[in-house]
Design a protein around this ligand. Structure first.
Ligand SMILES: [Zn+2]
Length: 429
């Protein structure tokens, strides 16, 4: 038989724990509802400053929250040495898988992985690098294998293979099962499929894409390459809002090449986009990593407050560039959360993941490899062993990139060897 005084002590202890739990969850529920009530419900994207708030939600709230993990990569380039390196049989078959092998587990783990394809796919040789980028279709096949879901194609190289190239690129990507936007076969298709709407995990995204120009290569009708025109963008955003997305994302090809800080025009356009209700702006083209900032803005339309995240440039995802700071880039990971009970959506978390391009020398072709740098940095048993000189270059890239991004408070997700190995096993199942 249990001693009465011990039983009494237990009852007291349990009731105080329950009281404490009740008060604690109420406080946080109030904090959450305050957070939500200050934001725009029709265009509701806020950033939870304190991640603990998320943990303190009651079970019912947890159940009513949906998450969507977005991942963006930098410029996917196709310089001549990369084409030569991937070549298996002259002008016939190409294998890019080794380039993506070590980064694929990270890309596949995202709900939606999005990249800027800065080459055209003409469908037949000659395949060339700078200044007119024409890559074999096998590149797209292996990007699909690596885990990409969406490729945006409005950039200064969109017209490098002329009208046929624009058409074949769109056709090939669609046949491979990608979602694609930024360039269009004709006006009817743009009217029908733009902005691109992505629906996953009960969260609806509107994705838009524009470029500053096409290197003076004119766009041949009826094809369309989206160029930056504020009037057109405004109309496109209005069209996007009519579809009631939870989150609006604009990917812009802009800025000055090799500049580590965004220029005035980028800042002006980003601010304007945020004022128009855009939640996430992701930039490309400078080939180096530029700052990521988060800001609270009032929409022009209804003066309601929302959070915007602006990543001015993610640098290179893969390329043969060797100018300082062009040998790597970052992946941007954003966790979008939606409370379906309150119909409010917010950026729950955002991280960058540094990647570095390693050119592995072999007796035959060079191998271009994208490495999640943190997994090689300190690992005692790294999945790949780099020659000292390459390792020094990689660490140099990492040091300056981290410093630039952390200056504005951006957070890094440090990939470990385990992440890659575990995910690779999962992907193989
Ligand atoms: Zn570019």
């Amino acid at each position: 038989m249990i001693n009465r005084s011990i039983l009494y002590k237990y009852v007291c202890l349990i009731s105080s724990l329950l009281t404490f739990y009740f008060l604690f969850s109420c406080t946080h529920d109030l904090a959450n509802s305050y957070q939500i009530s200050t934001n725009n419900i029709s265009s509701p994207l806020s950033v939870l400053k304190n991640p603990l708030q998320k943990e303190a939600k009651s079970t019912s709230q947890k159940d009513s929250t949906r998450h969507l993990k977005l991942l963006f990569t930098g410029d996917i380039m196709g310089h001549t040495p990369q084409i030569r390196a991937a070549e298996i049989k002259k002008n016939k078959s190409y294998d890019y898988k080794p380039s993506f092998e070590y980064i694929a587990p990270i890309i596949r783990a995202a709900d939606i992985a999005i990249g800027n394809l800065e080459v055209t796919l003409p469908g037949r040789p000659p395949y060339t690098g700078y200044p007119t980028f024409k890559s074999p279709d096998d590149l797209a096949v292996d990007l699909k294998w690596a885990g990409f879901d969406v490729l945006v194609t409005a950039n200064n190289h969109s017209n490098d293979s002329g009208k046929k190239g624009v058409l074949h690129t769109i056709e090939t990507l669609k046949n491979l099962g990608f979602q694609q936007t930024g360039t269009f076969k004709n006006k009817a298709e743009r009217d029908l499929f733009y902005p691109l709407i992505l629906n996953k995990n009960g969260i609806k995204i509107a994705l838009l894409n524009y470029t500053y120009g096409t290197n003076d290569i004119p766009t041949t009708p009826p094809t369309i390459v989206n160029t930056i025109n504020w009037y057109t963008i405004k109309k496109d955003l209005q069209k996007a809002k009519k579809r009631n997305p939870d989150c609006i994302i604009v990917m812009v090809h802009w800025g000055d090449e090799y500049q580590l800080i965004e220029n005035k025009e980028q800042r002006k356009l980003a601010d304007w986009l945020a004022n128009q209700g855009v939640h996430v702006v992701v930039g490309a083209h400078p080939h180096v990593v530029q700052p990521i900032i988060e800001k609270e803005v009032k929409t022009e339309e209804n003066k309601q407050v929302h959070q915007s995240l602006i990543a001015y440039s993610l640098g290179n995802f893969v390329s043969n560039q060797d100018k300082k700071n062009t040998d790597g880039g970052i992946l941007l990971e954003i966790d979008i959360a939606k409370n379906i009970q309150q119909d409010s959506t917010y950026i729950n978390d955002a991280h960058f993941i540094p990647v570095w391009r390693y050119i592995q020398k072999t007796n035959q072709n060079d191998i271009y490899r994208i490495l999640p740098v943190a997994a090689v940095e300190h690992s005692k048993r790294p999945f790949i062993k780099l020659p000292t000189e390459d390792k020094m270059e990689m660490l140099d890239f990492l040091r300056v990139t981290r410093a630039r991004l952390k200056h504005n408070g951006a957070k890094e997700r440090r990939i470990t060897t385990k992440d890659i190995i575990t995910s690779t096993k999962m992907a193989q199942k």
